[in-house]
Design a protein around this ligand. Structure first.
Ligand code: AHR
Length: 501
């Protein structure tokens, strides 16, 4: 059997996991809101029309933060359309996704939903069609206690207490020509700085995320990052990073290797942030908000057939396969390996739209394959990431060289006296004998070894067969006489090994 190994030491720490790395995203897009979190005539709908079955699945993920309301949507959005009496809210042409936006759900309802889901909101402001004025007004509406025009308007809408939203995104993907109000780096850097500056004047406790590139393939990457930060370094706290992957060529070894490109992408963005810090002689480290990431490609063709100008059409409804779940696991590991700098991240998105949770209108809700690695990471992956000294056999794929078959990371929770190891075996034909040397911990006791595997890499979960791909417990992890842990990682598998230390 092929062999791989990892040494971890409790004193060699990459960084503490910021729980917001397990965030997600709800955009007014497709059936994410209408038919996803909200469906007033669904059998499980609560008094506000929120689906209780969806809420249960969301709670199972322990999502700490949810980005809202977009995405591309936010760049044409008037937030005022979504607050106040329902019967006065306008129906708008939504130009980013060519739909009708009825505004049945807006900012206040979303905050209510966040409370029900045990999560908090990460709000985005529109820097496409709008700017400094609407951004500062929204912060005043949201966070100012009362006694001013916008805060009193919130109170008059039935929300006496401020929403206290802490994290704000300064627009969305402003480098992309597809974006409503697309800008050059200089135009964007200026408006982000000016909007951010006055948003912080309204509420100095908020944190701000500036837009980085929309993906690593953008022609302006990484010059965009450098130019934007050069203009907004003093004002912003995080730089966003977005990336989606796909298996369009049905080349699975290469598909699974793409997180190696993500490692490199993260590294380059960190270097660019540090370059600007050095240039500014600054004290402040700019951290990363990986606020859109996932697999996205299955729905590209079917979306071209959709009629424009309808409410909540089934857009971006990727049905995920087992192999997609493996790449999602690898992407989570990539971010954890840089827990020192990746402080927030949002799997895009949460329900129906390229999402771990799927629903039928009026029907059931179920877990997609990718739900599982995301849930395991969020539920078990809290603590300090330990430096992973990994030895693994490697392969070359069509685009990447030296891809380790085993992608892995370990997290130590002192509070729970637990080490959790996440590991993906990218090998499609063979299991891997994996040895974990816990050194300074002086051994440990295996609590459980959870495995997600399937004979068919293209297996999916559907409304009819919601549990076709689901994790099971494996009995094969063991402790050797030398105090090392060994486990057999099945071919093409995602593994969670929990060890009491
Ligand atoms: O998540 C779907 C879309 O992908 C978002 O609206 C946009 O920001 C990105 O291009």
């Amino acid at each position: 059997m092929n062999k791989a190994s990892m040494i971890v030491d409790k004193d060699f720490v990459v960084g503490k996991v910021d729980e917001r790395i397990y965030g997600s995203f709800i955009e007014h897009l497709g059936r994410a809101v209408y038919g996803g979190i909200y469906e007033s005539n669904h059998p499980t709908a609560d008094e506000q029309g929120f689906r209780a079955d969806v809420l249960e699945l969301v709670k199972g993920l322990q999502v700490p933060i949810v980005r809202y309301p977009g995405g591309n949507f936010v760049s044409g959005y008037n937030w005022e359309d979504g607050v106040g009496p329902l019967n006065e809210r306008p129906r708008r042409l939504e130009l980013a996704w060519r739909t009708i936006e009825p505004n049945w759900i807006g900012f206040n309802e979303f905050i209510d939903w966040c409370k029900k889901a045990n999560t908090e909101a990460m709000m985005a402001v529109n820097l496409g069609t709008r700017g400094v004025d609407e951004a500062r007004n929204l912060v005043e509406y949201s966070n100012h206690p009362s006694g001013s025009y916008w805060s009193d308007l919130r109170v008059s809408h039935g929300y006496k207490d401020p929403h206290a939203v802490k994290t704000w995104c300064l627009g969305n993907e402003m480098d992309g020509p597809w974006q409503i109000g697309h800008k050059t780096a200089t135009e964007y850097g200026r408006i982000a700085n000016e909007a951010g500056k006055v948003m912080k004047w309204v509420d100095p406790t908020i944190e701000l995320v500036a837009c980085g590139s929309s993906n690593r393939g953008m022609a302006t990457f990484p010059e965009w990052e450098a130019a934007v930060l050069d203009l907004a370094y003093e004002t912003v706290d995080y730089l966003s990073i977005h990336q989606y992957y796909g298996n369009q060529k049905n080349d699975t070894p290469n598909f699974l290797a793409q997180s190696v490109g993500m490692d490199d992408y993260i590294h380059t963005v960190i270097s660019t942030c540090d370059y600007i810090q050095a240039k500014k002689r600054g004290k402040k480290k700019i951290h990363l908000s990986f606020d859109e990431w996932n697999v996205w490609f299955h729905s590209h063709e079917q979306d071209k057939q959709l009629e424009p100008w309808t409410i909540a059409p089934p857009q971006l409804e990727d049905i995920y396969t087992h192999e997609d779940a493996l790449l999602v696991g690898c992407m989570l590991i990539s971010m954890l390996k840089r827990a020192d700098r990746v402080k927030m991240a949002c799997i895009a998105q949460l329900v129906n739209v390229i999402a771990p949770i799927m629903t039928e209108n009026g029907g059931s809700a179920w877990k997609q394959t990718i739900y599982y690695p995301y849930m395991h990471a969020s539920v078990f992956g809290r603590g300090e990431v330990l430096v992973p000294l990994v030895k693994s056999p490697k392969y070359d794929s069509s685009e990447f060289t030296d891809v380790p078959y085993v992608e892995t990371v370990a997290i130590h929770s002192e509070e729970k006296s637990e080490v959790v190891v996440f590991a993906v075996n990218r090998h499609l034909e063979e299991a891997m004998l994996f040895e974990i040397d816990l050194r300074s911990f002086g051994g440990g006791r295996i609590m459980e070894h959870i495995v997600l595997e399937h004979e068919d890499l293209k297996a999916t979960n559907t409304a009819e067969m919601p549990n076709r791909v689901q994790p099971h417990s494996s009995g094969n992890a063991a402790m050797t006489q030398e105090g090392k842990i060994t486990a057999s990682l099945g071919k093409a598998s995602w593994n969670v090994i929990r060890i009491k230390v």
